[in-house]
Design a protein around this ligand. Structure first.
Ligand code: NAD
Ligand code: HSO
Ligand code: ZN
Length: 446
């Protein structure tokens, strides 16, 4: 169920990275695709077909795909604001308190992120960068296998802090029921989301990117989702901005003899339960620790301490396919392997974790010590839980205020700097064979 590997085998299996559209797909997902499309089709092709249809046929295609994929007959897919406010008013007080605590910590965290326009006078006039918030941003909130109200807060609040004028949310309607989970709606009220649409999957991403009769297109789409949502974001990039590829979740826990195996097992299970394509990986120099974690994982799954883990079908696939323990030479090798893999989350569950932080070079987030477990980051710590997956931490970052800002370069040269720089522009332009450029530069130098 949770295999133990040596490093060499792990590098050919669970630690191997491949591009999003070449990732190994569980048979269950392929079977569902074949049933839906009536032929063998890759997830990337399926998504391309959905996007093309929505781009051409707007609302009617949104309805058709929602019927096909979510078994929901959508009439109006915009959720009225009264319903959103009612969801907040009827929310269980303890749940409301937890959401508000989370919201306030996310806001506090992003208020601290430096994001300021600047002008400098030391280079011959005024040069600088002017920051402007985007006008209209779409947030994707997952809801296929579990509704994620926490994601509403983790996406909408950084956007609000950046000053985005309109925040538009899409989330799948409940399978068969058509209803969006009321806690998601309550979170939308807390985060002051402007518009909510009960549409999910690739069809929602296409609607946000191209617009339909009901949904006005946005400037940028942010937020996490399953393989289909993430492929759709990748495919619409260019027509619209995206924050990055925040797909099926992945976690590395680095453990040593001081790590509590029951905690590490719970932390790994917490990520494995997200998706059949989730990855939960333990790196440890100790085979004994690996076996202890493996044993604790089985115990939790079998109901130890009356814990009831219900997402059995997902565990069965995610724990076997992309997860497992790897026995490393030492902690240094574990950190190096983690850097090469570039996980969404890295938890240093070792003695003196701060001693290793400097060595971490590639990860969405680093969770330091056993108390800073990944689930704290999912809900309460403050930084957005929307983080790069699939190895995209190599070039991308967790969702943050800068994702919602345009930078406009400000070029305000004074006449004497322009005269001086104009002659040099003339020289460079002639070297490039661009005569009109040379002329324009020369005219300023006169
Ligand atoms: N990286 C991050 O920051 C982060 C954060 C939170 C969640 N996540 C990930 O978000 C994902 C949530 O996934 P989910 O499935 O619960 O919800 P989801 O909302 O992302 O996806 C559900 C939608 O997928 C579409 N879909 C499902 N099967 C399909 C098929 N065969 N063909 C075409 N479309 C299909 C349907 O339209 C459905 O509404 C998980 O993978 C989780 O790990 C990632
Ligand atoms: N672990 C997910 C990020 O990868 C976020 C999440 C939301 N709710 C629970 N977990
Ligand atoms: Zn999680």
């Amino acid at each position: 169920m949770f295999p133990i590997y040596d490093v060499e085998t792990a590098q050919k299996t669970i630690l191997k990275r491949s591009p999003l559209d070449e990732m190994p797909i569980p048979q269950q997902v392929l079977d569902r695709l074949k049933n839906t499309f009536g032929r063998e089709i890759s997830p990337a092709e399926a998504v391309r077909e959905i996007i093309r249809d929505i781009r051409t046929n707007g609302n009617s295609a949104v309805r058709r795909w929602t019927q096909t994929l979510d078994q929901v007959n959508l009439a109006d897919f915009r959720i009225p604001s009264a319903k959103i406010q009612n969801a907040l008013n009827s929310l269980d007080p303890a749940l409301r308190q937890a959401l508000e605590t989370s919201a306030s910590r996310i806001e506090q965290f992003y208020q601290k992120q430096p994001a300021i326009s600047w002008l400098d006078q030391s280079m011959g006039g005024s040069l600088g960068q002017m920051l402007r918030p985007m006008e209209r941003v779409g947030i994707y909130v997952p809801g296929g296998t579990a509704p994620l109200p926490s994601t509403v807060l983790m996406t909408a609040i950084p956007a609000r802090v950046a000053g985005v004028k309109q925040v538009v949310m899409v989330t799948p309607p409940g399978r068969g029921t058509g209803e969006v989970n009321p806690v998601i709606l309550a979170a939308a009220a807390i985060a002051d989301v402007d518009e909510v649409y009960a549409v999910g999957g690739a069809q929602a991403i296409a609607a946000l990117a191209y617009g339909t009769e009901t949904i006005t297109r946005v400037d940028k789409i942010v937020g996490p989702g399953n393989l289909f949502v993430t492929l759709a974001k990748q495919q619409v990039f260019g027509t619209v901005g995206i924050d990055g590829l925040a797909g099926p979740t992945e976690t590395i826990v680095i453990a040593d003899e001081t790590t509590r195996p029951d905690w590490a097992a719970a932390d790994l299970l917490a990520q494995a339960e997200h998706d059949v394509m989730a990855a939960a990986i333990l790196l440890t120099p100790s085979k004994k620790v690996a076996q202890a974690v493996q044993k604790e994982m089985a115990a939790w799954l079998e109901g130890k301490d009356d814990v009831n883990l219900t997402r059995t079908e997902i565990f069965n696939i995610s724990l076997r396919n992309r997860s497992g323990a790897v026995i490393t030479r030492d902690i240094a090798e574990a950190v190096e392997l983690s850097n090469q893999y570039g996980p969404e989350h890295l938890n240093l569950a070792v003695k003196d974790p701060w001693n290793w932080v400097e060595k971490v070079t590639c990860s969405g987030g680093v969770f330091i010590g056993e108390t800073s477990c990944e689930v704290m980051g999912d809900y309460m710590a403050g930084p957005s839980h929307v983080m790069p997956t699939g190895g995209s931490a190599r070039f991308a970052s967790p969702l943050n205020v800068w994702d919602f800002l345009r930078i406009i370069s400000v070029i305000g040269l004074n006449p004497s700097a322009a005269a001086d720089l104009g002659c040099q522009a003339d020289i460079l332009a002639r070297a490039e064979g661009l005569d009109a450029h040379a002329l324009a530069g020369r005219l300023r130098s006169a």
